[in-house]
Ligand binder design. Sequence first.
Ligand SMILES: [Zn+2]
Length: 276
Amino acid sequence: MKAKFLIIIHTFFLVSFFYAQKEKCSTKYDYLELGEENERSDSIFFSVPVMFHVLYNNEAENIPDSLIKQALKTLQEDFTVKNEDINAVPDRFIDAVGNPKIKFFLATKLPDGNPTNGIIRTYTDIQEFNHKKRNCFNISTIIEPSKYLNIYICDLNTAGSTPTGSAIRSNNKHNGIRVDYKYVGGGKRTITHEVGHWLSLYHTFEGGCKNKDMVHDTPAQKKSWTCYKQGKRQCRNYIMVSNYMGYARCRNFFSKGQVQRMHNYINKYKKFDYAN
Ligand SMILES: [Zn+2]
């Protein structure tokens, strides 16, 4: 089956009061059909080079390599279940935890064999990017999206009701993720969430109690919740608040069903190398 365009636009509405943060997101999906059978050996990992595109108009947006390396470390940990907070997964969901076995690393070579440090920095006259348009993807040339993860870092103007990130897949021109420069590093999980979308996952709350995320082991939930809903029930299930495909700050795992879906998507649409 040929993949269709997927545009995921996140509209996060940040309201800070005391220690709580409320995030909101509006999303368009194409409901890509993928089986849930596991087609891969448990000992094999996928190996994916990452190209960061830093698009900046001022010094603050031209974030340092150190933040990019922090972001990469979080991504590496989350996709190999080496994140420290994996221990905080509630007992009732421990058996559902899956290991994506995807090794992300900073690209060292371009497709033509020329060396790269994995970070492309580009000055732009654009002060803020409109999250409804794809122009953040237009400034810097994408690197072979069937083999590389391209992460575009730009100013998405996240004050008020605005996005922190989005993902586009199955489109060679704009196939990757973009993230606001303030959501890179520092243990933030925006990139982990967007890479989940990039590899075909939907929100855990997709379809509300009708459960339309197309994964069997993520219980239905009415909407996105913050961490205070941990241990609470909804739609006749316990809410899987801390799944990466929700919005809670305490996000800490993908489910086995989500991992199978990502693997099946990769096998059909990507050309990643394997690694042990
Ligand atoms: Zn999302």
